[in-house]
Design a protein around this ligand. Structure first.
Ligand code: KDG
Ligand code: MG
Length: 402
C-alpha cells in the first residue's frame, strides 16, 4: 500500500480548522487535525509546501519511521507549527492502520484500560451566582468534574471566561483584542468562588481552575495555598512553563495539584516537570504534541512519575483531535481527565464522528480507525476567517499574557 495523495483542508464552520486527509492507492483514507489556533495558515503552508510532497509514495503503515523522518529530517526540530503538522500526519496514519486492521485505534494501542473517559465541563460566567447555575447544569447532565472560571470584579473581558450563548471561543479579531488584567483583584476573588461551589455541591464533585499562565511562581503558590480548603483536582497553567524549574517554588508551598502542558509540543517541554514530579497532570494533546505516537511516549514517561494525563480539549481542537484523544485516553494506564467542550452544530456536521457523551463520560467510536471524517463538500462552504487570540495588559499598560 502506498500514499497516493494528501490534502490540506481549511474550513471555518464557526471557527477555523485545518485538517489533513491522506489517501492511499487502495482507496483507504485517514484524517489528522492540524489546527493551531490563530496560526492556522502557517501549519497549512508547512504541510502543503514541506510535508505533503514527502509523503507521496510512502508506505502508510510505517508510522514510526515517517514520524522520525519528518521530525529529524526537518533539521529544525520541535515548535508548534512543525509539531502540529507532524501530528496531523501521525494521526491520519493511525486512522488508516485501524481501518486496514478493521479495528478501532484504541485496540491497536493495547485495548481498553477503562469503560469510559471521564471528562470535565466548563462552568463559566461573569458572576459567582452565574457559575453556580452553570455547575448545576453540568451536575444534572452527569458530569463528575467541572472547571470553574468567573469574571473578576473591576475587570472586563477576562480571558477564559465564557459568558452568554454559543460555544467558548477566545479567538476573535484578526488583530488580537486587548484587555486589562490585575493579579491583585484575581487572587482576592477566586477563593470566594470555590468556597461557594464547594459549600453548595459537596466534597465529591471534581473542581478545576485554569490560571491561563498569568501568575508568577510565588503568586501561584499563594493561589494554590488559598484554594487548599476547597480540594481542587487541579490548578492549571499557573505560570508560563518555559522555565520548568519555576514549578519547584510553587510545589514548595502548596498541596493543590498542578496541571500544565496544553501549549507544549514535545516530551522535552515537560521532561523536567515530569521527572521532578513538579506537576500532577500533563495536558499535552494529540494535535499539538506530535500526534498519537508522541503523546503516548509522553504519557508513558509520566506514568513512571505518578503523573496522569489531562489532555487539552477546547473547541479549537477539531473533532478529529477529540476522536484521536479518546482512543489514547481509554487505553493508557495513567489516564486522569479529558477536557471536553462541545463544538458548534456546524462543526459537528463538517466532521461526522462516532464518539459520544453519556453521563459524564466520553466513549470512543467502535468503528475501524478513529471513527471520524471530514465532509469536504460541506467544509468548502465555510471559508477561512482570520482570528487571533487576545492579549492582556496590566493596569499601567505593560503587556502581560492572556
Ligand atoms: O487556543 C487556546 C485555547 O485552547 C485555550 O484558551 C483553552 O486554556 C484553554 C483550556 O484549558 O481549554
Ligand atoms: Mg487551559
Amino acid at each position: 500500500m502506498k500514499i497516493s495523495d494528501a490534502r490540506v483542508i481549511v474550513t471555518s464552520p464557526g471557527r477555523n480548522f485545518v485538517t489533513l486527509k491522506i489517501v492511499t492507492d487502495e482507496g483507504v483514507t485517514g484524517v489528522g487535525d492540524a489546527t493551531l489556533n490563530g496560526r492556522e495558515l502557517a501549519v497549512a503552508a508547512y504541510l502543503n509546501e514541506h510535508v505533503v510532497p514527502l509523503l507521496i509514495g510512502r508506505d502508510p503503515h510505517r508510522i514510526e519511521d515517517i514520524w522520525q523522518y519528518l521530525y529529524k529530517g526537518a533539521y529544525w526540530r520541535r515548535g508548534p507549527v512543525t509539531m502540529t503538522a507532524i501530528a496531523a500526519v501521525d494521526t491520519a496514519l493511525w486512522d488508516i492502520k485501524g481501518k486496514v486492521a478493521g479495528l478501532p485505534v484504541y485496540q491497536l494501542l493495547g485495548g481498553r484500560s477503562r469503560e469510559g473517559v471521564t471528562v470535565y465541563g466548563h462552568a463559566s460566567a461573569d458572576t459567582v451566582d452565574g457559575v453556580l447555575a452553570e455547575v448545576a447544569k453540568y451536575v444534572a447532565d452527569g458530569y463528575k468534574a467541572v472547571r470553574l472560571q468567573a469574571g473578576i470584579p473591576g475587570l472586563s473581558g477576562v480571558y477564559g471566561v465564557h459568558t452568554g450563548p454559543g460555544v467558548y471561543e477566545p479567538a476573535s479579531a484578526a488583530v488580537p483584542a486587548e484587555a486589562v488584567w490585575s493579579t491583585e483583584r484575581y487572587l482576592h476573588h477566586v477563593p470566594s468562588l470555590f468556597e461557594r461551589v464547594r459549600d453548595e455541591f459537596g466534597p465529591t464533585l471534581k473542581l478545576l481552575h485554569d490560571a491561563h499562565h498569568r501568575l508568577t511562581p510565588i503568586e501561584a503558590a499563594r493561589l494554590g495555598k488559598s484554594l487548599e480548603p476547597y480540594a481542587l483536582t487541579w490548578l492549571e497553567d499557573p505560570v508560563p512553563a518555559e522555565l520548568q524549574e519555576g514549578f519547584r517554588l510553587i510545589r514548595r508551598h502548596t498541596t493543590t495539584p498542578l496541571a500544565v502542558g496544553e501549549v507544549f509540543n514535545s516530551v522535552w517541554d515537560c521532561q523536567q516537570l515530569i521527572t521532578e514530579q513538579l506537576v500532577d497532570y500533563i495536558r499535552t494533546t494529540v494535535v499539538h504534541a506530535g500526534g498519537i505516537s508522541a503523546l503516548r511516549r509522553i504519557f508513558d514517561l509520566a506514568a513512571l512519575y505518578h503523573v496522569r494525563s489531562g489532555s487539552h480539549g477546547a473547541t479549537d481542537l477539531s473533532p478529529v483531535c477529540m476522536a484521536a484523544a479518546l482512543h489514547v485516553d481509554v487505553s493508557i494506564p495513567n489516564f486522569g481527565l479529558q477536557e471536553y467542550m462541545p463544538h458548534t452544530e456546524e462543526t459537528d456536521e463538517v466532521f461526522p464522528h462516532g464518539y459520544r457523551f453519556e453521563n459524564g463520560y466520553l466513549h470512543p467510536s467502535e468503528a475501524p480507525g478513529l471513527g471520524v471524517d471530514i465532509d469536504e463538500e460541506l467544509a468548502a462552504k465555510y471559508p477561512y476567517r482570520p482570528a487571533a487570540l487576545p492579549v492582556n495588559r496590566l493596569e499601567d499598560g505593560t503587556l502581560h499574557s492572556w
